[in-house]
Design a protein around this ligand. Structure first.
Ligand SMILES: C[S@@+](CC[C@H](N)C(=O)[O-])C[C@H]1O[C@@H](n2cnc3c(N)ncnc32)[C@H](O)[C@@H]1O
Length: 275
């Protein structure tokens, strides 16, 4: 069978299974299995599919048909221009979280030796993006999940980053001292939405997604741990949570200036608290 036909057959298997972008997903699975870049796949698509890749191709297709996200199959994700190792131990970084990074970078560039806490670091995506762009910063990457921190450490090692301290514990409790910026992409999916998650998302770690019945429980609890607020806090929220999140922030930080930052789809996505 030629590569072109293998691609079409894979797409045809994905189509009836309600897999979004079945053609793109088929490309990703083939590129990964054949260890080819997209342009190579298309340049060589008149060639025969090597027989020895059939078992791994069938395995990868089977996993995708069982709704395992393609990112977990290829174990890679690009975030803020950085290639990350990502597997089932961690949440898959999303492009909307790049707003937290760009807002933090803009602010931190005006500081001498900025100290930053990334609460709920997961794969280390935010911490790494900041560490690579702010080499003179000190970053605390914290998570309650020991296995998530293993992945974050792998990513720091792969990128040769030395200015991140990894700390395990509940929210801000492991933080050893004051910081200038707190950024947090903590779980914020509420009970009703959680039970309606697409099968792919429900395969991500539960502790990365579920934010209590109203979705904002973990974020509120983090606010309640802050006795002396840092200069800036950036907290990601879900669609439709902006009004409630702003009220919670006002309750804990009545003196602060509170703004909402929209993502590219126009959804209010980040609560920005300047103290
Ligand atoms: C939505 S994921 C975000 C991961 C990463 N920051 C990103 O944007 O890709 C939330 C992370 O918060 C962590 N988490 C959940 N509850 C926590 C808690 N009480 N204390 C610290 N981390 C927590 C989860 O383990 C998970 O890694």
């Amino acid at each position: 069978m030629k590569l072109q036909k293998a691609l079409k057959l894979t797409r045809d298997l994905f189509l009836p299974e309600a897999i979004d972008d079945p053609w793109l997903e088929a490309e990703v699975i083939l590129m990964h299995t054949l260890e080819m870049r997209r342009e190579e796949l298309y340049l060589r698509w008149g060639e025969e599919l090597p027989q020895d890749v059939m078992p791994s191709l069938m395995e990868n297709i089977g996993q995708r048909l069982s709704h395992k996200p393609a990112v977990y199959i290829i174990q890679s994700r690009e975030f803020f221009g950085i290639e990350l190792w990502v597997d089932e131990r961690v949440f898959i970084p999303r492009p909307e979280s790049e707003i937290l990074v760009s807002e933090a970078l803009t602010f931190a560039r005006g500081l001498h030796l900025p100290r930053i806490a990334d609460v709920g670091t997961g794969s280390g995506a935010l911490a790494l993006a900041l560490a690579l762009n702010l080499p003179s910063s000190l970053i605390y990457a914290m998570d309650i999940s020991a296995s998530a921190l293993q992945v974050a450490r792998i990513n720091a090692q792969r990128h040769g980053v030395g200015n991140i301290h990894f700390l395990q514990g509940d929210l801000l409790s492991p933080l050893p001292g004051a910081v200038d910026i707190i950024l947090a992409n903590l779980p914020y999916v509420g009970g009703e939405d959680f039970s309606a998650l697409p099968p792919e998302v429900s395969l991500e770690p539960r502790e990365a997604l579920y934010g209590g019945e109203d979705g904002l429980g973990v974020i509120s609890r983090m606010f309640s741990q802050i006795a002396r607020p840092p200069q800036l806090m950036l907290v990601e929220i879900g669609m439709g949570q902006a009004g409630r999140a702003r009220k919670i922030a006002q309750k804990y930080f009545p003196e602060a200036e509170i703004d909402l930052v929209c993502d590219l789809a126009g959804i209010e996505r980040v609560v920005k608290i300047a103290c």
